[in-house]
Design a protein. Sequence first.
Length: 432
Amino acid sequence: MCFALVGICGFAATGTLFSNNTMHVALAWTMMTVPWLTILADARQLHSLLLVHARRMMLWTFFCCATLLFVNTDVFSDDAHRYRWDGLVSQHGINPYMYAPSDTILIELGHIAGNVIYPTDINNNTLRTIYPPASQFVFQAITSIFGTHPTAFKLGWVLLCIALVVATLALTWDKPQTGVQYLAILLSPIMLLHGFLDIHVDVLMALLIGAVLLPIFTTRSQRFVQTVGFAIAIALKYLPILFIPMFLHRNASNKTRILQGGMILGIVSLLFLPFLTPGMFDGLGVFAAKWQGNSLLAYLWEPFMGPANGRLVLLASSVVMSFYCITRYRDNIAYATSLVLASIYVFSPVVHPWYLALPLILWVVVPSRTIIAWTFSIFTYGYTYALYKEHGVWEEGTGLLFIQYFAVYIAYWFDVTRGPWMPKPGSSITVS
């Protein structure tokens, strides 16, 4: 494990030093996957006497990587441009769901910060924002304190992510096995490159889910904070709504489940209330109807069926497989939830690497073959994006997609047909 940890740091440093060349960072991403798999394998089978020492080494490695990767940003994505713009718009008392960045009414907010020209450099600046209300509160808070300069904004963002990591480790400190597996996930290329080199709401949401699902909360006040955190995660990036049955199932009392369910609904509603406006979901609708990227099934089917019919087939396939998984594993809610999430991604027309942050965190609770195979093979996305940066046209290579999805489909089949990939004997992780 020691050599693997050094390797992760070394490749993180390489990615930082050469981050002006996206292809070099893509190569570093590829090389990071091998030591990461070694770390993950060791994390599942370490002797109990070594867990505390391993947790300490992994924690320092994580902080070292996060520091190295802080130097640069916006390498594999420019989503952060929109985060900073939305925060600026909200800071001026304007509802970000009402106007697209290119609308003339916002022309006075245009400016240059660092090497970014707002709103010209914002991707799809003719569309309204797609990010949920809790994300908007985060954008506004960080922009108000740190401004819209990429480095300053990233500092505020990374500090928030680090705070969630520290909180999760503190709350699980008496469970070193959980801490070691959690840190192994944080050291994955997905979490490091798309949460601390670039920044994404998906990673922030996944870290928050980790903070509310991994610890064991016993007192009423702790459960209250846990419920508030879970509701905020839903309003950060809608996908955690799938976790509601799993979250409520942790409580034996039906009364407690009803109270927590009502609290979640109330908090999410309160977060939405300040932003309610006609056309609030227009941007999200366009994204759902037209975006396509890094999906082998969409790449193969849509040319024959057309985008609309192809998406309907993918949606129907996802629903059918999700229903099958829920029915087959109805006695194991956590595992059924992980399979529903995997089914959504497998049949989705868009799968960016940072989407995998949530199922990676869930892996600590219920190990999944699919997410590990995907985290390993999705390095191919880095080369596709590097070519896009070089030529200005998004062109997906059939070979790269087949390399990525071959292992994913096999792992997904094993997950669906063979059941949970259980931890080694002696692990403190339980699946309920």
